[in-house]
Ligand binder design. Structure first.
Ligand code: HEM
Length: 411
């Protein structure tokens, strides 16, 4: 019996793959003994099948009650440590941020779909430092102030829409969030015909950007692609039967790169100095100083848009108790000393709420996001009376606090 060259290649690849799985398993077994305690899992898959696809935090809460605030999981050989309290997260990610600022290998989302250019998912290193510096210069607490007048104008348009048709409030909130980030990134608004595009054209663009966010969020889920659990599969040639995921992923990356280059290209064509103040214009003007090439500029701006597109709410409480932020005994953030900040007894200050992450990877858009939330909420409260909807018997309907949470992103 003769073997064709492609059968030999396939058999060799299969053997390498099998060997890699065995090595991963042996390594996982060894590592598990050194890791913090955690729930036992299945032999090859570890705890993967025990992770719910929705509201995963409830399962984490159960496990932390059983195994403590730091516990570990095994994702098919990949060790995962879960920090389940504010104190453990700040202890490790803030105070020891020098060694905990990396991201895990995220082969599908980082290598294939983002071509290594996605600030949120890339490894901690020189490219991350370069991107982060450019973003910090545009979005730090002082620079974020320059966007406030624009955020106020957008908030007024948002509230006018709510007053026109209060039933569409959820759509209007999403539209406001999208519009502010588009303005910040490329100088467009969804409320007028700025940049010569009709509102419908812009809505289409937003849908496209949303589809990028969804593809990235999906690719981030551990079980969504085999390559997430077995990164060696990254080296499988894309022409191989069964490697459709790689072909499709690389095609998506090409399409998105073209899209992002096109969006920045519009600002470039206008002349960065003549555009409204926005991130792309600033990046273009300072490309040389930041050391960015055109592709990097395009991805840096594009990712800002995509990553911030799923506006999260402050996830602090189970109960609706806004007065927690008004406790007169609490210290204002400006009064906090370094010692206070490291004390677990002090309430986390609003600018550092854990919704924005920790340490060196803390959300660089947090000042913009906080300003947007404050301005929009203040404008809404100024313009509208907000009361409960009533049921058929005229009783107030108390909304479910958890009804609006989505699954979020996990990195
Ligand atoms: C309320 C809105 C927002 C929330 C709750 C939020 C939350 C977060 C969180 C939790 C992280 C991960 C931090 C970590 O790893 O410790 C993050 C990262 C990031 N966020 Fe936000 N974010 C928001 C808005 C924005 C906006 C408006 C932008 C951009 C304009 C943005 C851009 C980014 C980027 C680029 C990263 C990755 C940073 C890195 O890995 O170095 N976010 N965000």
């Amino acid at each position: 019996m003769y073997s064709t060259p492609s059968t030999v290649v396939l058999t060799l690849l299969f053997l390498v793959f099998l060997g890699k799985i065995l090595l991963t398993l042996i390594r996982a077994r060894r590592l598990r003994k050194l890791m913090p305690p955690g729930p036992p899992g299945l032999p090859l898959l570890g705890n993967i099948l025990q992770i719910p696809t929705k509201d995963v935090w409830w399962r984490f809460l159960e496990w932390s009650q059983e195994y403590g605030p730091i516990f570990s999981l095994d994702f098919a050989g990949k060790p995962v440590v879960v920090l389940n309290t504010y104190e453990t997260a700040t202890d490790l990610l803030d105070r020891r941020s020098g060694i905990y600022a990396d991201r895990p290998d995220l082969p599908m989302v980082n290598n294939i779909l983002s071509g290594g250019m996605n600030l949120g998912f890339m490894h901690y290193g020189d490219l991350w430092r370069k991107f982060r510096r450019a973003i910090h210069e545009n979005f730090n607490i002082h620079a974020a102030k320059a966007f406030e007048p624009m955020q106020t104008r957008e908030a007024i348009s948002f509230v006018s829409c709510i007053l026109d048709d209060p039933h569409r409030w959820e759509l209007d909130i999403k539209r406001f969030a999208a519009s502010v980030v588009l303005r910040i990134t490329y100088g467009w608004s969804l409320y007028d015909d700025s940049c010569g595009l009709s509102v419908e054209d812009k809505d289409r663009q937003v849908d496209e950007i949303n589809s990028i966010t969804h593809a990235l969020s999906h690719a981030l889920v551990q079980g969504s692609y085999l390559v997430n659990s077995f990164p060696t599969l990254l080296y499988v040639p894309k022409w191989l039967p069964g490697a459709g995921w790689k072909r499709e992923g690389l095609d998506a990356n090409k399409r998105w790169t073209k899209k992002f280059i096109g969006l920045v290209g519009d600002v470039r064509a206008k002349g960065a100095g003549k555009s409204d103040h926005c991130l792309s214009a600033n990046l273009i003007e300072n490309e040389e100083r930041f050391g960015l090439d055109k592709r990097e500029t395009a991805w840096l701006a594009g990712v800002m848009l995509a990553i911030s597109h799923n506006p999260a709410v402050f996830t602090d409480p189970q109960e609706f108790r806004p007065e927690r932020f008004l406790n007169p005994d609490d210290k204002d953030q400006h009064e906090l000393s370094a010692e206070d900040e490291s004390s677990s007894k002090v309430r986390p200050n609003p600018d550092k709420l854990y919704a924005f992450g920790f340490g060196r990877r803390i959300c660089p858009g947090m000042h913009l996001a906080n300003n947007s939330l404050f301005i929009a909420a203040a404008t809404l409260l100024w313009a509208c009376d907000i009361t409960n909807a009533l049921d058929e018997d005229g009783n107030a309907i108390i909304p479910d606090m958890n009804a609006l949470f989505d699954t979020g992103l996990g990195m």
